[in-house]
Design a protein around this ligand. Structure first.
Ligand SMILES: Cc1cc2nc3c(=O)[nH]c(=O)nc-3n(C[C@H](O)[C@H](O)[C@H](O)COP(=O)(O)OP(=O)(O)OC[C@H]3O[C@@H](n4cnc5c(N)ncnc54)[C@H](O)[C@@H]3O)c2cc1C
Length: 803
């Protein structure tokens, strides 16, 4: 084995070889893969090889499409068959709700260019005669589903990579990985050590162990998974291969395997495998079958597909494969470990492996994944995803893999884990909580304990009138909102202002002031949006999305400040409360001695001031779009602050409000938010943030590209719509139609209680952004008229928040 390589990929499963291939394709030839045994020796060899294009995250769905379309290319380059069977597939719905879900999936597929079709049960039965049509109400047909041969695919990637210059070393276990002082990595193996600039952990079933070699605890867990193959079936004789089927209510997937059918299930009584450490002597092994565990699913399966029961069972496979807590892959560079990359937690390697390899290779070679992979980025997790938390969430996710997650459905596993000091006080007010990064935060407040739950629905739910009352309180009097679930950073020391000015697109504010600023990557795309507050010459308080905290820190590390500057993440050290609405000034003024009039504390001011007895940082800004204040305090003061605000609000119409009301309020105001309106696929001018980009302040990251976008106008525009609808609002990802064609997609939606209309934000081509009429938005399969709004529906001049 050679002693140096630019990249060492650890692990020769389908993911590792895909990374290797894509690295060579992107131009890096000095790349080497080390495999403990033979290629495919983890989960890969016994996979069922099924592939699907649908995914809850449209950006992941795009990469799944890419993967499926890649196989022909691999076969061409390598001469190795991938055993590609594009049979088409039907997703069967057994309930009305599931059919609605499928209609929404079809709608989402439209703007991804997917050719999906809702079919009746009769049509479905023609396509898949093995089903009992009385068990179903309809289905969704996808022409590019099918299955591949896991061995063939892995070797096709491997050969293509070798043709591109890569080397593969088999029967060689990496036993340790050590970083040198120059930042390069020594990969330790019994066959000698190799020094590399980059390491990729594609260890699959052993990704945790490979991570632990560098002090990393990755949130992945392997689950046992079983599928069976039936005996030969006369129904399959003399006909073309039958298509693949997903039966959601049966929690079953099935496809043809030679003369019989392969049937797999995600059972409720699921079992993790090797929850703490994966044994190194596990190879091309299978686990003991446990038919009893999947018996309830089989019972349903045999009822839904009676011919399968008659065929008998020829073979059962029980093998482990890994999941992250949300079921999506973990990819990207690791903060704090220069040039250490992961590509693991890939539970659908044959649908996702190509996209994972492409994104990671782009990231390594070009410094950017080249696609919006936020949903797969390893940085979406943080310290809270311990082994036990991961275990609880993965089991929950596995056992409901085929279940509908309703838009207002909060899942219970691993909760409550993180709570702020006022948690019990909010509970006493009948708060209904959501889970955000493991943190409990109030979504809305019910009138009584008995009513404090969400009735899950795609339509307006039991929360609707209560959220309405919260919004009206903000409109007419004052609302009190917990705002702890934001990322916060304190930046201090000589050079802070200059460093922030280089990172952020807007100019740094004057002392005592706030500016809103996008953060751009070199391609001029949005990679963050912040509230930047300046306490002193070289002392800043930066507020952004909490879920992206590690993501931001990784970027800050890549563009590290001088040693004189300290960047301190302090999300949970500074918790927050906000008051908003026309009486919020009166309320807060009764607790502070500073003059809160606009003359004394104007819109976008920021200052240290005690609130009652509590030392606090106060900003005059509110995401509600109304007059309002954000108050940040060290966590031990939060209870006292909450009590003081509550007390001061008596007689002023104060009402506690939650995240659902805030969402409705900001949507009415046309305010975007991270991961919805603001993502790395949009530029600032497209997103309506151009006024927060200061092209005249001097150099900053992304300036050239932003300037080019300003000159060209970019391709898209974020637009606000009012939808003509009765009991359902947009959520995000619905297609936007214009004169009979799908032209864009919704990013957020809500019922705007202040303006009395259903509002949606979404992107359309810039040429259509001024079209007067002809728009429709598809809600649960129905195209509803949508009126483009020339300005924010609520307070377009901003007079209320500046009052
Ligand atoms: C029963 C079953 C059915 C499945 N069905 C499907 C399906 O229909 N469709 C689908 O898309 N997916 C399916 N999967 C999931 C699929 O198998 C995985 O998504 C995929 O195999 C993950 O590949 P990987 O490369 O990440 O991991 P692995 O396949 O586990 O590969 C990791 C490799 O790394 C090597 N390695 C680890 N540590 C070291 C080290 N220290 N030194 C050297 N080498 C090391 C291992 O030997 C192994 O070969 C199924 C899985 C199972 C178990």
């Amino acid at each position: 084995m050679k002693s140096h390589a630019k990249v060492v990929v650890v692990g020769g499963g389908v993911v590792g070889v895909s990374v290797l291939y894509h690295l060579t394709k992107a131009g890096w030839k000095d790349v080497l893969l080390i495999e403990r045994a033979e290629l495919t020796s983890g989960s890969t060899w016994h996979a069922a090889g099924g592939m699907h294009t649908l995914n809850g995250d449209p950006n992941v769905a795009r990469l799944q499409q890419y993967t499926i379309n890649l196989y022909k290319e691999l076969e061409r380059i390598s001469g190795q068959s991938c055993g590609l069977h594009i049979t088409g597939g039907i997703m069967l719905a057994g309930t009305k709700e599931r059919l609605e879900w499928l209609k929404m999936a079809k709608a989402r597929g439209r703007y991804l260019g997917m050719d999906l079709e809702i079919v009746s049960v009769d049509e479905a039965q023609k396509m898949f005669p093995l089903m009992d049509k009385t068990q179903f109400v309809g289905g969704l047909y996808d022409p590019i589903e099918g299955h591949v041969d896991p061995y063939g695919v892995t070797h096709a990637y491997a050969k293509s990579a070798q043709i591109g210059g890569a080397e593969i070393v088999r029967q060689c276990r990496v036993t340790d990985i050590r970083q040198r002082t120059d930042g390069s990595w020594d990969i330790i193996t019994p066959q000698g050590n190799i020094n590399a600039e980059h390491v990729v952990n594609a260890g699959g079933l052993w990704a945790r162990e490979v991570g632990r070699m560098v002090g990393l605890e990755l949130p992945v867990l392997a689950m046992e998974h079983q599928y069976l193959i039936t005996g030969d079936m006369p129904e399959l004789v003399g006909r073309p291969e039958i298509m693949t089927v997903l039966d959601f209510e049966g929690e079953i997937y099935t496809r043809q395997e030679r003369g019989g059918m392969l049937l797999g299930t995600y059972e409720k009584a699921c079992v993790p495998w090797s929850p703490k450490t994966t044994p190194w002597d596990f190879g091309q092994d299978l686990l003991a079958n446990d038919l009893e565990r999947i018996a309830p699913s089989l019972e349903v399966g045999f009822r839904h597909f009676p011919a399968l029961e008659k065929a008998g069972i020829r073979k059962i496979v029980n093998g482990p494969f890994t999941f992250a807590p949300d079921g999506n892959p973990l990819i990207g560079p690791i903060r704090g470990l220069r040039n250490f990359w992961v590509a693991c937690g890939v539970m659908a390697g044959f649908s996702q492996g190509g996209g994972v390899g492409l994104s990671l290779a782009n990231w390594m070679v070009h410094g950017d994944p080249g696609a919006d992979i936020w949903g797969m980025d390893v940085a979406r997790y943080g310290d809270w995803t311990t082994l036990a938390y991961t275990n609880a969430k993965v089991r929950e996710n596995y056992s409901r893999r085929f279940r509908i997650r309703f838009p207002n459905e909060e899942l219970p596993a691993g909760r409550p884990l993180r709570t702020t000091p006022i948690y019990e006080m909010l509970q006493a007010e009948h708060a209904v909580f959501g889970d955000y990064c493991g943190l409990e935060h109030p979504l809305w407040f019910a009138p009584s304990a008995a009513e404090a739950h969400d009735e899950i629905s795609f339509r307006r739910s039991n929360a609707h009138p209560h959220v309405g009352a919260e919004c009206r309180a903000v409109n007419e009097a004052v609302g009190l909102l917990e705002t702890s679930a934001y990322g916060k950073f304190e930046i201090t020391g000589s050079g802070s202002a200059a460093w922030l000015s280089r990172l952020m697109a807007n100019k740094v504010p004057a002392v005592g002031r706030i500016t809103l600023t996008p953060m751009l990557n070199e391609r001029g795309k949005l990679i963050g949006d912040f509230t930047m507050c300046r306490l002193a010459e070289e002392h800043f308080f930066l507020i952004g999305t909490y879920a992206a905290e590690t993501w931001y820190l990784r970027w800050f590390e890549r563009h590290a400040p001088p040693a004189t500057v300290s960047v301190r993440p302090c999300a949970m050290q500074y918790v927050g409360l906000s008051v908003a609405g026309p009486r919020s000034r009166e309320l807060l003024q009764s607790l502070v001695s500073e003059d809160l009039s606009t003359a004394g504390f104007a819109f976008m001011s920021f200052r240290r001031m005690p609130v009652g007895m509590v030392p606090a940082l106060v900003g005059r800004v509110s995401f509600t779009g109304d007059l309002g204040y954000e108050i940040w305090v060290s966590s031990e003061y939060q209870r006292a602050l909450y009590a003081a605000l509550k007390q001061a609000g008596q007689g002023l119409g104060l009402r506690s409000i939650g995240g659902r009301a805030l969402n409705a309020l900001r949507v009415e105001k046309g305010f975007g938010t991270w991961a919805r309106e603001y993502r790395p696929i949009y530029g600032p001018y497209e997103a309506g943030l151009g006024r927060f980009v200061d092209l005249n302040k001097g150099e900053f990251i992304g300036r050239e590209a932003a300037l080019a976008e300003k000159q060209s106008g970019g391709a898209l525009r974020l637009v606000t719509f009012a939808i003509d609808t009765v009991d359902v609002d947009a959520l995000g990802d619905e297609p936007i139609w214009h004169e009979g064609k799908v032209v864009g997609w919704v990013t957020s939606g809500a019922y705007g209680h202040r303006v009395g209309r259903s509002i949606a934000l979404g992107y359309v081509p810039k040429e259509l952004a001024t079209a007067e009429a002809g728009f429709e938005i598809e809600l649960i399969g129905e195209r509803r008229p949508a009126a483009r709004q020339a300005a924010a529906p609520f307070d377009p001049s901003g007079a209320r928040m500046r009052a």
